[in-house]
Design a binder for this molecule. Structure first.
Ligand code: SF4
Length: 426
């Protein structure tokens, strides 16, 4: 059937540089910004401090034309000092919210650093509130705390928390897990339908009354490389993962679709028929957008957990050389197929000790550095060209039609630096 992915020496056996020190990343509450748009009958109630409320408000902005679908139950000093019954206060807040908002069908209680520090048991609260308000409202808890996590883990924790209560099925089917912008999700479903793959369900679903079912004949593909817990939760429900490179760029998208096509017995002719035109468009778009990236070096700080698949795209499709590829956590069952395709050479690091990593970046003087917002400005001031990792999560970058835009996102800061240099010399 389909031809295998081209072989390279690959980096599967390259040892990881593991670091555990100070980290510079956003917390998992950030994921609420994109999750609340995907799950249209859900409400995300953060149990946290004023800092958490401010983060959410500034990241998500204010919803002017619709009732907000996220909010913060603020823990006051008396709660933090253990002088008030925080569980009883939470019940009162939920009661107020749900009596005012009958449109809420899924309520997520989202843990934060303060609720975890005072050991507020949100699992117990979710069970209690589910019995009080179910089945009309499904109450689930997950952690968005920044104590040990990075911002994309908010989505992972949220999706994983929903999986134990999903209905069971014996049906042979494909589940695709990972929140994508609607337009990209539609493109993906269009490709799978054209290949004749089905039935297909997508996690998360837009509405609680259309839940994904899962069981022993379910196979699943991930569209986001940060879904470690979701992967484990689906496997616990008997589903089988289809490992593949992630659908970034022409090659990644083709390899991702190929793994699914192979599983569902799609013929080589049909695969080529469906993918030939979008592959060609993607190749041409990447070739054009990636011109400023050719033969340039890149250093990726660990931030979004997209780093390894993106490094594969940048090295293989955009002609860049990766010096260091940092990722907060490396789960080889998930990102192994991408690691296999990355040409030998870069340091692979897991976790962060930010000062040591900054020293390595300064010594390496990469042409482009991908990092969090907190590091970007100081590095720019030192003459390095940077790209904010968080933009990659808020921009449509998956599948064929976005391949050129993805290359363009990295090319833009290179162009900006070039223009600034020309102006300085003039
Ligand atoms: S969860 Fe923690 S890191 Fe995130 S805003 Fe609240 S206090 Fe800050």
């Amino acid at each position: 059937m389909n031809a295998p992915i081209p072989n390279t020496p690959g980096c599967r056996d390259v040892p990881l540089l593991k670091e555990r020190g100070q980290r510079e990343v956003f917390c998992g509450l950030t994921a609420i910004v994109w999750l609340h748009r995907k799950m249209q009958d859900a409400f995300f109630l953060v149990v946290g401090s004023r800092t958490c409320a401010h983060l959410l408000q500034s990241a998500a902005g204010v919803m002017i034309f619709a009732e907000p679908r996220f909010g913060t139950a603020i823990l006051e000093e008396t709660d933090l000092a253990g002088m008030a019954d925080a569980q009883a206060e939470l019940d009162r807040e939920v009661e107020k919210l749900l009596s005012r908002r009958p449109d809420i069908k899924r309520l997520f209680l989202v843990g934060s650093c303060p609720s975890e520090v005072i050991k507020l048991d949100l699992e117990k609260a979710a069970e209690r509130l589910s019995s009080a308000y179910g089945p009309a409202v499904n109450v689930v808890n997950f952690s968005g705390s920044g104590i040990e996590t990075t911002f994309t883990e908010g989505e992972d924790a949220c999706l994983a928390a929903t999986i134990p209560s999903l209905p069971s099925t014996e049906a042979r089917q494909l589940v695709v897990a990972g929140a994508l912008p609607d337009v990209v999700e539609d493109q993906m479903l269009g490709l799978l339908e054209a290949l004749g793959v089905g039935p297909v369900s997508v996690l998360p679903t837009a509405r609680a009354d259309q839940p994904v079912a899962v069981g022993p004949n379910t196979v699943f593909a991930l569209t986001q490389p940060f879904l470690n817990e979701t992967h484990a939760a689906l496997v616990r429900r008997g589903a089988r993962h289809l490992p593949a490179p992630f659908p970034f760029g022409e090659e990644g998208t083709t390899a991702w679709l190929r793994a699914i096509a192979h599983e569902f017995g799609v013929s080589e002719e049909r695969f080529n028929e469906v993918t030939a035109a979008p592959r060609d468009r993607a190749r041409r778009a990447v070739a054009q957008a990636s011109a400023p990236l050719r033969e340039k070096s890149i250093f990726l700080f660990p931030d979004s957990q997209l780093e390894i698949p993106l490094a594969r795209f940048l090295t293989r499709e955009c002609g860049m050389t990766a010096l260091e590829i940092g990722q907060p956590y490396v789960h080889r069952d998930i990102v192994g197929p991408d690691i296999d395709l990355i040409p030998e050479g870069p340091v692979f690091s897991e976790g962060q000790d930010v000062d040591l990593q900054l020293d390595r970046a300064r010594a390496a003087r990469p042409d482009l550095t991908v990092c969090g917002l907190g590091l970007a400005n100081p590095l720019e001031a030192e003459g390095l060209t940077t790209k904010w990792a968080i933009e990659l999560v808020f921009t449509p970058i998956h599948f064929y039609e976005q391949a050129g835009d993805l290359a363009g996102l990295f090319a833009r800061p290179m162009r900006r630096r070039e223009i600034l240099q020309l102006e300085a010399e003039a």
